[in-house]
Design a protein around this ligand. Structure first.
Ligand SMILES: *Cc1c(COP(=O)(O)O)cnc(C)c1O
Length: 361
């Protein structure tokens, strides 16, 4: 086998054992004589898989009974539009915390639907810090507050959650769900496209609480309504069965690792190794984000000289490290170290960074 250390930002690394089990069941789903992908989504097998995977996610997150787990299509970007379509009624305002390009995209989509405002932003600081969110200037007619808990492209992550009191808080957790313990109940809704920490692309998990569900706009097409997915247990139309199956394997893998708490500890060690390499380099590697806002999932840095940065990526690739170029919109370098990236990969990268600096610093 010739698998590289995979630091891709998303779609991203999957646990090897998950891939291998998926491969085993690919052609013939145990005892059904055909692949899952060849089955009706109305079959017992798919119905069961769908329900089991939702229950597993509830279990791993330890969610209270008033939350529903929905599986939807269209990725996180579709949620940018759907949150506004469902909850942004006339006379109300959708309030956005802007901390990077994904939160800006969410804001821009909502703008096409209704009235929105920005209640905190770090744009003028080029997203290098996170804005103060302890007290937000929220109007009484606020429909919801939307935030991105981890900024995948910029490499920042909130370590606190705003207290929005009676106003529903909605979180895009695509790039840090299952990576750390969090008080989920502070969010009336949170969502994550699968391709970072949950599985392959194709399915988006939406966790939504009963009280917010009651606020859904009933005058939009059924396929866009959260209530439709609750009523049909996410089998309103044909779901991405294979992606859901892979998510189930990932969730079982998470449980075998010791759940979110164990992963959190591991993730902190992983990120610690890379931030240490950056901080110990005396400016050869320059962290992009202020240390107080650093992400444990996406480590971003720059190098003084662009040519050396380019060489870094090329040499890294030749040495078996994939996916280290920064997002095309910000440049620099980025190591995405989601749950499935092993500690050993981060140790190897930290050693490579040290070695590269010795030769080029
Ligand atoms: C990757 C990502 C997205 C975009 O997800 P799509 O499934 O491609 O729409 C949105 N938000 C965050 C935080 C992400 O990391």
């Amino acid at each position: 086998m010739n698998r590289v250390y995979n630091f891709n930002p998303g779609p991203a690394a999957l646990p090897l054992e998950v891939l291998q089990q998926g491969q085993q069941d690919f052609v013939e789903y145990p005892s059904y004589g055909m692949s899952l992908m060849e089955m009706s989504h109305r079959s017992k097998a798919v119905e069961q898989l769908n329900e089991e995977t939702q229950e597993l996610l509830i279990q791993v997150l330890d969610l209270p009974k008033d939350y529903h787990v929905l599986f939807m299509g269209g990725g996180a970007s579709t949620q940018f539009a759907l949150t506004a379509m469902n909850f942004l009624k006339s006379g109300r305002v959708g309030s956005y915390i802007l901390t990077g390009s994904f939160s800006e995209k969410a804001y821009a989509e909502a703008q096409t639907i209704g009235h929105v405002n920005i209640v905190a932003s770090s744009k003028e600081h080029q997203w290098r810090i996170l804005p103060q969110i302890k007290t937000l200037p929220l109007a009484s007619h606020t429909a919801y507050v939307h935030m991105t808990t981890n900024n995948t492209i910029e490499g920042s992550q909130f370590h606190e959650i705003p207290d929005t009191e009676q106003i529903p808080l909605i979180g895009d957790m695509t790039s840090d769900i299952l990576s750390r313990r969090m008080d989920w109940t502070r969010f009336a809704m949170f969502y994550a496209a699968a391709q970072k920490n949950l599985g392959p692309a194709g399915v988006t998990a939406v966790m939504i609480r009963d009280d917010l569900l009651r606020e859904c706009n009933e005058h939009i097409p059924a396929v866009f309504k959260y209530t439709t997915y609750v009523q049909h247990k996410s089998l309103y139309n044909t779901p991405p069965v294979h992606s859901i199956y892979m998510m189930k394997l990932v969730l079982q893998w998470v449980m075998r690792q010791g759940g979110i708490a164990a992963l959190e500890e591991q993730n902190e060690r992983k990120a610690g190794l890379l931030y240490e390499a950056i901080d110990a380099s005396h400016g050869f590697y320059q962290g992009i984000v202020d240390p107080s806002a650093r992400s444990v999932m996406n480590v971003t840095w720059r190098m003084e000289d662009e040519h050396i940065a380019k060489r870094f990526v090329q040499e890294a690739e030749r040495s078996g490290f994939a996916g280290l170029a920064g997002h095309r919109s910000v440049g620099g370098l980025r190591a995405s170290i989601y749950n499935a990236v092993p500690l050993e990969a981060c140790k190897a990268l930290a050693a490579f960074m040290w070695d590269f600096q010795q030769r080029n610093g």
